[in-house]
Design a protein around this ligand. Structure first.
Ligand code: MN
Length: 381
């Protein structure tokens, strides 16, 4: 008999992607589609307790082991794990069909690989996984016949537009809103403050990703992800500035035909598509885009004003540990910038310097990847 209910693990259920994933599950008309087997959370224990009551998982993982007792007293039958090892425990569950990785940072990487090794599909909302270890992750997925289904709006648009037929693609076109600095001069950008950078015109997101959107580093990281997800060389990945953020990305097939995905900005739709792929289920429905009276504009990105995008292409092309350096140096600098310690100019110069002075490891092991990441962070802290 064909199995219709998928066993689902949700890593990072109290975060922005996690909470929206639960909203998707609640909205699905067919309640038999998913069974939430396990969930994990960071520090928002109050919200997590609500979620566990509602979704009734068998196992959970919390980052802080001190909270285990509190949870146990409320849910005596619940299996409770904690810390990074706990996440690996959840990810090693052979009963899983799909795991949503909504944790931020590198903590999602090891559990993702673990799940892929069991042939579990991944709904991926974590950038670091493919930026840091794209070759290892995609290789593992291939070997175990597991799918990596992107939750990011651009990559979801490419998956939707291509319907999964990556072999038929000539190139992909990733759109970028351009962020709050789009119409600023290079000088204004380089001297901008955290408050300037946090005014994103289209999307409401966390602080780190909002800064990355202002420098276009976010787009650069997405280019690296796209290279791994869709198995395309960097020459075939084009970034186009599209301030309206209505075309979420597009694909050009080998016959020259282009298909784009259009919709009002929403994270629910990419989440729902990743979970239900290749089906489209009745659940959350995006507000309809109205063609009448719309003006869609497209422009090429300015690499002079946004050197982060250029650095990301170069780090991606160099491969190996270079994207690890890019990601780690950028992340440390973004938090320094948010704390008012450095400006955008210094952020760019620092990342540039680290890339130029890095001794590239061409085919790194997972240990070498973590080692490189640690080294850069320790150095720049
Ligand atoms: Mn995105």
């Amino acid at each position: 008999m064909h199995k219709t209910t998928k066993n689902l693990a949700i890593l990072g259920s109290t975060g922005s992607i996690g909470t929206q994933t639960l909203e998707v599950l609640e909205a699905l008309e067919n309640k038999e589609l998913f069974n939430v087997v396990s969930m994990s959370c960071g520090n928002n224990i109050e919200l997590f307790i609500e979620q566990v009551k509602k979704f009734n998982p068998e196992k959970v993982c919390i980052s802080n082991p001190a909270k285990e007792k509190e949870l146990k007293s409320i849910f005596p039958k619940l299996e409770i794990f904690s810390g990074d090892d706990g996440l690996i425990e959840l990810a090693s569950d052979k009963s899983l069909d799909i795991m949503l990785t909504g944790t931020s940072g590198y903590v999602g990487l090891k559990p993702t690989i673990k799940a892929l090794e069991n042939g579990v599909d991944i709904a991926l909302a974590n950038k670091e996984t493919l930026v840091m270890a794209g070759d290892i992750v995609t290789e593992t997925a291939k070997r175990h016949n597991a799918k990596i289904l992107p939750v990011d709006s651009e990559h979801s648009a490419i998956l939707q537009s291509s319907a999964g037929r990556f072999d038929t693609l000539n190139k992909i076109i990733i759109t970028a809103s351009g962020g709050p600095f789009l119409n600023k001069t290079k000088d204004e950008i380089f001297h901008a403050t955290g408050a300037d950078a946090l005014k994103h015109p289209r999307w409401n997101m966390g602080k780190k990703i909002t800064i990355d959107s202002a420098t276009l580093m976010n787009k650069g990281l997405e280019v690296i992800e796209a290279h791994h997800l869709f198995n395309l060389p960097y020459e075939k990945i084009e970034v186009v500035i599209h301030p309206e953020s209505l075309v979420h990305s597009a694909v050009e097939f080998k016959d020259g035909s282009i298909v784009a995905q259009i919709g009002l900005p929403s994270m629910h739709i990419p989440i729902q598509y990743a979970l239900c792929y290749p089906n489209r289920e009745t659940g959350i429905k995006s507000n309809s885009f109205n063609f009448i009276g719309q003006k869609l504009t497209f422009d090429k990105p300015d690499f002079e004003k946004f050197p982060c995008l250029k650095m990301a292409y170069e780090a991606g092309k160099a491969g190996g540990t270079m994207p690890v350096v890019l990601n780690a140096a950028n992340e440390v600098c973004v938090y320094k910038f948010l704390n008012g310690k450095i400006g955008i100019k210094e952020l760019i110069k620092t990342v540039e310097y680290e890339l130029e002075h890095h001794n590239l490891i061409k085919n790194p092991t997972l240990e070498e990847i973590f080692e490189t990441d640690k080294e850069i962070r320790a150095k720049l802290q």
